[in-house]
Design a binder for this molecule. Sequence first.
Ligand code: NDP
Length: 348
Amino acid sequence: MLRVQRVLLNSRPGSNGEPVPSNFRVEEATVQPDLKEGQVLIRTLFLSVDPYMRCRMNDDTGVEYLAPWRLSEVIDGGGVGVVESSRYEALSAGDTVTSLNWHWQTHDIMDGKLLQKVDPKLVDGHVSHFLGAVGMPGLTALFGVRKKGHVTRGANQTMVVSGAAGACGSIAGQIGRLDGCSRVVGICGSDEKCRALVEDLGFSAAINYRQEEVATALKGSCPNGVDVYFDNVGGSISDAVIAQMNNGGHVILCGQISQYNKDVPYPPPLCHETMETLRSKNITRERFMVLNYMEKHEAGIVQLSQWVIDGKIKVLETVLNGIDNMGVAFCSMMKGGNIGKQIVKISD
Ligand code: NDP
């Protein structure tokens, strides 16, 4: 028997509540390491905490493509790890694998066919990147910008990114610059994040929404108005950005994290003024979901990996250690404790 640690959903925060670490519970268990045909034994290296998990903490997620986590059951989400033994023909011991439905557990037995094999060379050995810049958040940034942003090289466009220092935002802004926006301005929640955006990631300017009045700061940093808005947060920040958008602009509706602890539908309703701005200025704001572009994932991963290896995209990560920190990491990320992708390291 193999002794493992795993994380269960202990309680729900309520659809109008802030999640707290005690919503999660760590327990010891054993795994029977004898594999059946088609199964593999995996050891977890890194686990991901992501904003979409907030709705999985409710008994009704409000969206058809995500199931709620069940009370006292092992939580699942993005993970990456290594195959320790295999009875699945396409995987061998030592392979690096990933899944969006990885159990929050130190070792696990999984059906080999539910795992994707990944090549550590694509991330120069930094396999945690498969959960961030060269994984789902990176693809969200890439497809969001490319499918909904209408960025046109040479068109002198200004892009604004909210949640700009996070996993998706930090990559989206860099892709906006690579694809030809002449200005990329980030909005985020601390001076340290603003500094990282401008000095490390090459954003033109950054606004700390906790310290500055967003509307005033935007007037200064976007003198020609806003053409493309990569929206990760919604709420009053987005109202302020949309108010300064140009005719024919495009909102990339990526996420609305400022509303996730509230019992509202997704996407949350907009105020009348913002609706009127979108209508009168002919601004597009279509719902975007990375899962709708599954057939392009492989090519997207290759593109992101190439940018990272060539140094064209810089990667930021915040790493906590240990499976007992999963709940802490999730709650911290939801409140802005992360710069770049929030990762939890589970084993070496
Ligand atoms: P991040 O790494 O950006 O982490 C979340 C960040 O949100 C925090 O660091 C915090 O940064 C910010 N935040 C939290 N509360 C607020 C608030 N009230 N107002 C403003 N900012 C807030 O997470 P991800 O990059 O993984 O996700 C970003 C967004 O993208 C989310 O909305 C998520 O749901 C969405 N998403 C959408 C996908 C899709 O297919 N459409 C796929 C993946 C993600 P700060 O310090 O700046 O406040």
